[in-house]
Design a protein around this ligand. Structure first.
Ligand SMILES: Cc1cc2nc3c(=O)[nH]c(=O)nc-3n(C[C@H](O)[C@H](O)[C@H](O)COP(=O)(O)OP(=O)(O)OC[C@H]3O[C@@H](n4cnc5c(N)ncnc54)[C@H](O)[C@@H]3O)c2cc1C
Length: 428
């Protein structure tokens, strides 16, 4: 039985797989996208019910299509999934859904890879792993799983009704942690929020959303500071039309802020004495952006309304100035712990010499160490925006360029080889 062969195989049909398909199609590279579930599955089922995009519709999209929504609105997660599905249809992306890739190995003695899938093997000259920046839930080993508490990761949280009655401790104060804590507090839960270092841009300043400011100030294009640098936690929210995250407001609404969760013993969770430092670090980041925005306005003579009150942050709440350093979780009535502590990756299905000791891809702007292997959608793949909808589109263009460049070398080789062998055949 002959084996199916493709030039370039893309694994995963989230935004990265769809963007990759668009650029490969534009470059005339024949390709196939395999997706184990549905297009944009992560947006459909791996996130909580009420999630909306963290950026407005005019910004968090591909250049080739607008959302069917108010450009300044924050689209629901379902809306994002539908957008990506429509986009894939618009570009006629060759996507096969319901096909899982279980292994990729290098072919012996010739270029290319053997790809085992749930629907049979495929051979490919190139493989692009577009399996997501956030693949596996990371839960630090702090609270023993045998304790009576229900412990879940933020990717498993759906809504407050799903949780057992009682108080909730949310650990991690990036966008997921603060949004989940706020939602549970509004649902009447007694909420504790363990806060680590974070960035905290204003939702909007002088009439422009923070995504605009980060864009014009070149901050989305910030390059990876050092190999392996991870995603920086940004505490932002598009919920209820988009609000600035200020931990003072969360405390005023009844959420108890805590430092970083550090250790657990005899039913007590201990917290680092770093809450004030973390809150003040976030404040500094907030104020720095306001100052940079003001300087940009002056330098460019923009007519944007002044907003001096945004520079005045209120007093720190008591839970920050006199922080709780250990908490008996049972006595505090906490029945659920939600770990909003980020994600890891799992490339164990790629049986290739392309990963560091921690299992992270070794690559340069998505070009893997192993010739013919590419990655897309990694946090900080080329810049800060790489794992976001608009950023991955640009990285996909670069990866497609690299694939076509390599194809040209192989074309040259094939032609040069033919030129050498042809005279020999003529004389024979
Ligand atoms: C809570 C949350 C909110 C976010 N909000 C925003 C936002 O507002 N704006 C923004 O720009 N970004 C946002 N992001 C970041 C980013 O846009 C998303 O994480 C996005 O899903 C990443 O897209 P991706 O295509 O790279 O990966 P994914 O969406 O994870 O897609 C990877 C795909 O690969 C498939 N797959 C994996 N392994 C295999 C296999 N072995 N075989 C076949 N298929 C496989 C999966 O089923 C999946 O569909 C958010 C992230 C999170 C976690």
């Amino acid at each position: 039985m002959s084996i199916e062969r493709v030039d370039t195989l893309v694994v995963g049909a989230g935004q990265a797989g769809v963007a990759m398909s668009e650029h490969l199609g534009n470059a005339g590279v024949s390709h196939l996208v395999l997706e184990r579930s549905r297009v944009a599955e992560a947006w459909r089922t791996h996130r909580w019910d009420s999630l909306v995009a963290n950026g407005p519709a005019w910004h968090d999209r591909f250049p080739g299509m607008e959302f069917d929504a108010d450009p300044d609105a924050f689209v629901s997660k379902q809306g994002v999934a539908e957008y990506l599905e429509s986009y894939a249809k618009m570009i006629n992306a060759p996507i096969r859904t319901g096909v899982e890739v279980s292994s990729v190995t290098r072919l012996e003695g010739r270029p290319g890879f053997r790809v085992e899938t749930s629907k049979g093997p495929i051979e490919a000259c190139n493989v692009v792993a577009a399996t997501g920046p956030f693949q596996t839930a990371v839960i630090p080993d702090v609270i023993p799983t045998k304790s009576a508490l229900r412990q879940i990761h933020s990717s498993q949280y759906r809504n407050s009704y799903d949780l057992p009655a009682g108080g909730v401790l949310v650990i991690g104060a990036g966008s997921s942690g603060v949004q989940i804590a706020d939602e549970l507090n509004r649902a009447g839960r007694n909420v504790f929020l363990s806060v680590g270092p974070h960035d905290r841009p204003p939702r909007a300043y002088r009439g422009r959303d923070f995504v605009w400011w980060l864009g014009v100030l070149g901050l989305w294009n910030m390059e990876t500071p050092a190999p392996g640098t991870e995603h920086v936690t940004i505490a932002v929210s598009g919920a209820r039309g988009g609000q600035t995250i200020d931990f003072r407001d969360l405390a005023a609404q009844g959420i108890t802020l805590l430092g970083r969760s550090s250790a657990f013993s005899d039913g007590q969770l201990h917290f680092a004495h770093d809450l004030r430092r973390n809150i003040e670090g976030g404040d500094e980041n907030h104020l720095n952006l306001l100052r940079a925005a003001d300087a940009y306005v002056v330098a460019n003579g923009l007519d944007l309304p002044e907003e001096p009150q945004a520079h005045h942050l209120g007093a720190l709440p008591v839970c920050v100035t006199d922080p709780i350093l250990s908490l008996d979780l049972a006595k505090a009535g906490i029945t659920t712990v939600i770990w909003a502590t980020g994600f890891g990756v799992d490339y164990s299905w790629m049986k290739l010499d392309c990963f560091d000791a921690a299992g992270r891809p070794i690559h340069q702007r998505g070009v893997g160490k192993e010739p013919g292997i590419f990655f897309l959608g990694l946090p900080w793949q080329s810049r800060r925006g790489s794992s976001f909808i608009w950023g991955v589109w640009h990285d996909a263009k670069h990866v497609a360029d690299q694939i076509t460049t390599q194809a040209k070398y192989m074309d040259y080789h094939a032609k040069a080889h033919a030129a050498v062998t042809k005279p020999a055949e003529t004389h024979a």
